[in-house]
Design a protein around this ligand. Structure first.
Ligand SMILES: [Zn+2]
Length: 177
Protein backbone atom coordinates (compact mmCIF):
# COMPACT_ATOMS: atom_id res chain seq x y z
CA UNK A 1 0.00 0.00 0.00
CA UNK A 2 1.21 3.44 -0.79
CA UNK A 3 -0.14 6.75 0.40
CA UNK A 4 1.66 8.65 -2.33
CA UNK A 5 -0.93 10.76 -4.08
CA UNK A 6 -1.05 11.39 -7.77
CA UNK A 7 -0.42 14.95 -8.82
CA UNK A 8 -2.82 16.50 -11.29
CA UNK A 9 -2.55 19.75 -13.12
CA UNK A 10 -5.73 21.74 -12.54
CA UNK A 11 -6.66 24.50 -14.95
CA UNK A 12 -7.90 27.85 -13.77
CA UNK A 13 -11.69 27.88 -13.42
CA UNK A 14 -11.98 30.43 -16.23
CA UNK A 15 -9.49 28.68 -18.50
CA UNK A 16 -10.01 29.29 -22.22
CA UNK A 17 -8.38 27.36 -25.02
CA UNK A 18 -7.41 30.34 -27.17
CA UNK A 19 -5.91 33.62 -26.03
CA UNK A 20 -5.63 35.23 -29.46
CA UNK A 21 -7.55 34.81 -32.72
CA UNK A 22 -6.35 36.46 -35.92
CA UNK A 23 -8.33 37.00 -39.10
CA UNK A 24 -6.30 38.16 -42.05
CA UNK A 25 -6.98 38.56 -45.75
CA UNK A 26 -4.24 36.88 -47.74
CA UNK A 27 -4.07 36.94 -51.54
CA UNK A 28 -4.03 33.53 -53.19
CA UNK A 29 -3.33 32.76 -56.80
CA UNK A 30 -5.58 29.97 -57.99
CA UNK A 31 -4.69 27.84 -61.00
CA UNK A 32 -7.47 25.95 -62.68
CA UNK A 33 -7.95 24.37 -66.08
CA UNK A 34 -11.71 24.74 -65.73
CA UNK A 35 -12.22 28.39 -64.80
CA UNK A 36 -8.77 29.74 -65.56
CA UNK A 37 -6.06 31.15 -63.35
CA UNK A 38 -6.98 34.07 -61.14
CA UNK A 39 -6.26 35.89 -57.90
CA UNK A 40 -8.63 34.90 -55.17
CA UNK A 41 -9.19 36.33 -51.74
CA UNK A 42 -8.65 34.07 -48.79
CA UNK A 43 -9.15 34.83 -45.12
CA UNK A 44 -6.73 33.02 -42.89
CA UNK A 45 -7.94 32.43 -39.32
CA UNK A 46 -5.39 31.48 -36.68
CA UNK A 47 -6.12 30.45 -33.11
CA UNK A 48 -3.27 30.98 -30.63
CA UNK A 49 -2.39 29.66 -27.21
CA UNK A 50 0.54 31.35 -25.47
CA UNK A 51 2.05 32.57 -28.72
CA UNK A 52 1.70 29.34 -30.72
CA UNK A 53 -0.81 28.64 -33.47
CA UNK A 54 -2.79 25.65 -32.17
CA UNK A 55 -5.64 25.67 -34.69
CA UNK A 56 -5.99 27.11 -38.15
CA UNK A 57 -8.73 27.45 -40.71
CA UNK A 58 -9.94 29.86 -43.39
CA UNK A 59 -12.81 31.16 -45.51
CA UNK A 60 -13.20 33.01 -48.78
CA UNK A 61 -14.24 36.34 -47.28
CA UNK A 62 -14.05 38.30 -44.06
CA UNK A 63 -17.82 38.31 -43.84
CA UNK A 64 -18.04 34.53 -44.01
CA UNK A 65 -15.18 34.20 -41.55
CA UNK A 66 -16.95 36.48 -39.07
CA UNK A 67 -20.19 34.56 -39.38
CA UNK A 68 -18.60 31.11 -39.13
CA UNK A 69 -16.16 31.97 -36.36
CA UNK A 70 -18.40 31.22 -33.33
CA UNK A 71 -19.10 27.66 -34.49
CA UNK A 72 -15.48 27.09 -35.40
CA UNK A 73 -14.36 28.42 -32.02
CA UNK A 74 -16.58 25.88 -30.27
CA UNK A 75 -15.62 22.94 -32.50
CA UNK A 76 -11.91 23.72 -32.30
CA UNK A 77 -11.83 22.96 -28.57
CA UNK A 78 -13.90 19.80 -28.57
CA UNK A 79 -11.57 18.32 -27.66
CA UNK A 80 -8.96 20.87 -26.64
CA UNK A 81 -6.13 20.78 -29.23
CA UNK A 82 -3.43 18.28 -28.29
CA UNK A 83 -0.73 20.94 -28.58
CA UNK A 84 -2.36 22.82 -25.68
CA UNK A 85 -2.24 19.67 -23.56
CA UNK A 86 1.42 19.23 -24.47
CA UNK A 87 2.22 22.80 -23.52
CA UNK A 88 0.57 22.31 -20.14
CA UNK A 89 2.71 19.23 -19.60
CA UNK A 90 5.77 21.14 -20.77
CA UNK A 91 5.19 23.50 -17.86
CA UNK A 92 3.98 26.72 -19.41
CA UNK A 93 2.67 29.29 -16.94
CA UNK A 94 -1.07 28.95 -16.17
CA UNK A 95 -1.70 32.68 -16.25
CA UNK A 96 -3.89 33.35 -19.35
CA UNK A 97 -1.81 34.39 -22.40
CA UNK A 98 1.48 34.29 -20.46
CA UNK A 99 4.06 32.60 -22.73
CA UNK A 100 6.68 31.95 -20.03
CA UNK A 101 7.80 28.65 -18.62
CA UNK A 102 6.54 28.11 -15.09
CA UNK A 103 9.20 28.24 -12.43
CA UNK A 104 7.27 26.15 -9.99
CA UNK A 105 4.21 24.13 -9.17
CA UNK A 106 1.81 25.28 -6.50
CA UNK A 107 -0.06 22.55 -4.73
CA UNK A 108 -3.71 23.36 -4.13
CA UNK A 109 -4.15 22.77 -0.43
CA UNK A 110 -7.90 23.19 -0.34
CA UNK A 111 -10.25 22.57 -3.24
CA UNK A 112 -13.33 24.51 -4.21
CA UNK A 113 -16.12 23.65 -6.60
CA UNK A 114 -16.42 25.51 -9.89
CA UNK A 115 -18.84 27.85 -8.13
CA UNK A 116 -16.32 28.65 -5.45
CA UNK A 117 -17.75 26.64 -2.54
CA UNK A 118 -15.25 24.80 -0.33
CA UNK A 119 -15.18 21.06 -0.92
CA UNK A 120 -14.81 18.40 1.75
CA UNK A 121 -11.19 17.34 2.19
CA UNK A 122 -12.12 13.79 1.19
CA UNK A 123 -12.66 15.14 -2.33
CA UNK A 124 -8.89 15.40 -2.76
CA UNK A 125 -8.05 12.24 -0.84
CA UNK A 126 -6.55 10.35 -3.76
CA UNK A 127 -4.77 13.06 -5.64
CA UNK A 128 -3.20 16.45 -5.21
CA UNK A 129 -3.78 19.19 -7.74
CA UNK A 130 -1.37 21.89 -8.70
CA UNK A 131 -1.12 25.03 -10.77
CA UNK A 132 2.07 26.38 -12.29
CA UNK A 133 3.25 29.94 -12.61
CA UNK A 134 6.31 31.68 -13.98
CA UNK A 135 7.15 33.69 -10.86
CA UNK A 136 7.36 32.65 -7.28
CA UNK A 137 5.50 34.79 -4.83
CA UNK A 138 7.53 36.22 -2.01
CA UNK A 139 7.52 33.96 1.01
CA UNK A 140 6.23 30.97 -0.91
CA UNK A 141 7.43 27.69 0.42
CA UNK A 142 9.35 25.56 -2.02
CA UNK A 143 8.93 21.93 -1.11
CA UNK A 144 11.65 19.54 -2.17
CA UNK A 145 12.91 18.92 -5.66
CA UNK A 146 9.44 19.22 -7.12
CA UNK A 147 9.34 22.87 -6.09
CA UNK A 148 5.85 22.40 -4.75
CA UNK A 149 4.18 24.99 -2.66
CA UNK A 150 0.61 25.57 -1.68
CA UNK A 151 -2.32 27.64 -2.79
CA UNK A 152 -6.07 27.20 -2.82
CA UNK A 153 -8.22 26.85 -5.87
CA UNK A 154 -10.40 29.73 -4.69
CA UNK A 155 -7.45 32.10 -4.44
CA UNK A 156 -6.64 31.68 -8.12
CA UNK A 157 -9.72 33.59 -9.22
CA UNK A 158 -8.82 36.80 -10.95
CA UNK A 159 -10.35 40.24 -10.89
CA UNK A 160 -12.27 41.37 -13.99
CA UNK A 161 -9.71 44.09 -14.70
CA UNK A 162 -6.25 43.07 -15.80
CA UNK A 163 -3.63 44.24 -13.33
CA UNK A 164 0.10 44.32 -14.15
CA UNK A 165 1.46 40.83 -14.78
CA UNK A 166 3.34 40.65 -11.51
CA UNK A 167 0.24 41.59 -9.53
CA UNK A 168 -2.01 39.16 -11.33
CA UNK A 169 0.51 36.35 -10.82
CA UNK A 170 0.77 37.20 -7.17
CA UNK A 171 -2.95 36.96 -6.67
CA UNK A 172 -3.15 33.79 -8.73
CA UNK A 173 -0.58 32.10 -6.54
CA UNK A 174 -1.49 33.63 -3.22
CA UNK A 175 -1.64 31.17 -0.38
CA UNK A 176 -3.85 33.27 1.84
CA UNK A 177 -7.61 33.64 1.62
ZN1 LIG B 1 3.38 33.73 -16.27
Amino acid sequence: MTDKKRLWHKRLNDFESFDRIELQVVPRYKTSGMSGDEWRQHVSVKFYFKGEVVHETGWNSMQNAMMMLPGEWARAQEPIPSRIIEMEHEGFCDQPSCPNQAEGRFRIKRETSERGAWLHEEESRYHDSYRQFCKFISGAEIVGAKMLTTTTSRSTERAPTSPPMSLSHRRAASSSR
